[in-house]
Design a protein around this ligand. Structure first.
Ligand SMILES: Cc1ncc(COP(=O)(O)O)c(C=O)c1O
Length: 423
């Protein structure tokens, strides 16, 4: 299908402005499939290649500087090279990497997480959010002696636990029953029909599915129904834990049995964590538990040190409240500007996603597919304004952003509406 002419023109300007990125991708494609090792980063005609980050800015191979409003898909909460994190990393390196042993650091980070997230009594660390979710499901199956899982259409829990589309051939072969987000009756039906449900795995806000919020009563209902059916409730807060000082579980006043974390929790280093009830986590106790959980880098000192510095000194409760209040204000402002084009951002606090509709969105199937090009046009328009976001419309705030950069985004959005409204 031919592209809309405005989008075509934008893409032509993009190609002309970014020859070095195009060349680099071409060279990379000789040794990596499509020049890529992380699917989400690819987009047509070719993605930008970045060479440096500083605070809330990114520099690409063609000498452009962008305001980073993607923040590594929420993981770069601290921005690039935050001095406190950099210092913690430098100290950790001086003390030696790869110590082949326990260190005091993992217990310190675990204690900070126990303090912070009310539902966590004990923690295990992993190298990614994906691994944390795999571990959560294994723990739930072992604990309940059951085999199946309820997850949600449009849910994303990692590259091998992805329920967003038809192609799920990469998924691990768990027996998964899919329900619709915000449909408590559907979940109740599954729980009644299937006696073998070990866990409900849910994001308290659908993240990759489009920053779709849970309606009042939905998550509370999952808590209540899961308890009634002897099923564990797992909150995947890999993306949402930054949205309130103690994660969304705290903001909502719901205590899941298990919670998974990742992204910023390791101070920007590769990380993941599973936390929750002592009796469930106790299965991993090497002294008398039944489950063993390996991982060479689970307690690597760089992640532990950066994670401690971040939680202890930078992303304090106060900072979490401030950043998310800023995000809420920004989303409201953007939505006011976008209303004439029937576009909107959904989400909460510091994480939001653009959608080409003004109608309410309760689940991913409410997102229209016939106006996708408008979202693409907005993505390329923002690049021309020196603003980097995700092509799918995701924005995530980082701590170094100032009002100046957020104002630039609002102005760029106004310019978009002025230029393209009525087309
Ligand atoms: C909600 C959620 N769960 C799990 C993951 C997977 O985390 P990772 O990419 O660290 O494996 C992500 C990543 O985007 C996520 O958003």
């Amino acid at each position: 299908m031919p592209r809309m002419p405005e989008l075509e023109r934008c893409i032509q300007r993009y190609i002309q402005a970014n020859p070095n990125s195009a060349h680099q991708l071409g060279a990379a494609a000789r040794v990596m499939p499509g020049g890529n090792t992380r699917s989400v980063l690819f987009y047509e005609p070719f993605p930008l290649v970045m060479t440096a980050g500083n605070g809330c800015f990114l520099d690409d191979m063609d000498g452009h500087r962008y305001v980073d409003l993607l923040a590594e898909y929420t993981a770069s909460l601290y921005g690039h090279s935050h001095p406190v994190i950099t210092h913690a990393l430098a100290r950790a390196m001086e003390n030696g990497l790869n110590l082949s042993a326990h260190t005091p650091l993992e217990a310190r980070l675990a204690a900070l997480m126990v303090q912070r997230f009310g539902c966590i009594e004990q923690v295990r660390f992993t190298n990614s959010g994906t691994e944390a979710n795999l571990l959560a499901l294994a723990a739930a199956k072992a604990y309940t002696g059951r085999n199946a899982v309820i997850a949600f259409n449009g849910g994303y829990h990692g590259g091998v636990l992805s329920f967003g589309g038809a192609n799920t051939s990469m998924n691990v072969p768990h027996r998964v029953h899919l329900a619709d987000y915000n449909d408590l009756d559907g979940v109740e039906r599954l729980l009644r029909e299937q006696v073998d449900i070990a866990a409900i795995l849910v994001e308290p806000m659908l993240g990759a599915g489009g920053c779709i919020c849970a309606e009042p009563g939905f998550l509370e209902g999952l808590r209540e129904r899961s308890q009634a059916h002897g099923t564990l409730l797992i909150f995947d807060e890999v993306m949402t834990s930054r949205l309130a000082p103690g994660g969304l579980q705290e903001k909502l006043g719901i205590t899941p049995d298990l919670i998974t974390l990742g992204k910023y929790i390791g101070g920007g280093m590769p990380c993941g964590a599973l936390g929750g009830r002592r009796d469930i986590m106790g299965q991993f106790d090497p002294r008398h538990g039944s489950l063993s959980h390996a991982g060479t880098f689970n307690n690597n000192v760089l992640t532990m040190a950066a994670g401690i510095a971040g939680l202890e000194q930078v992303y304090t409760r106060d900072e979490a409240l401030k950043l998310n209040a800023r995000g809420d204000r920004l989303r409201e402002q953007l939505n006011e500007v976008l209303a004439p084009m029937a576009m909107q951002y959904t989400g909460q606090g510091s994480v939001m996603n653009l959608h080409p509709t003004g109608l309410p969105i309760r689940r991913p199937s409410d997102i229209p597919t016939d106006r996708k090009e408008l979202r693409d046009l907005f993505f390329f328009h923002l690049l021309e304004w020196g603003i980097y976001s995700a092509r799918r419309g995701l924005l995530a705030l980082s701590l170094p952003l100032t009002e100046h950069e957020l104002h630039r985004l609002v102005t760029a959005t106004q310019a978009f509406v002025e230029r393209y409204a009525g087309n």
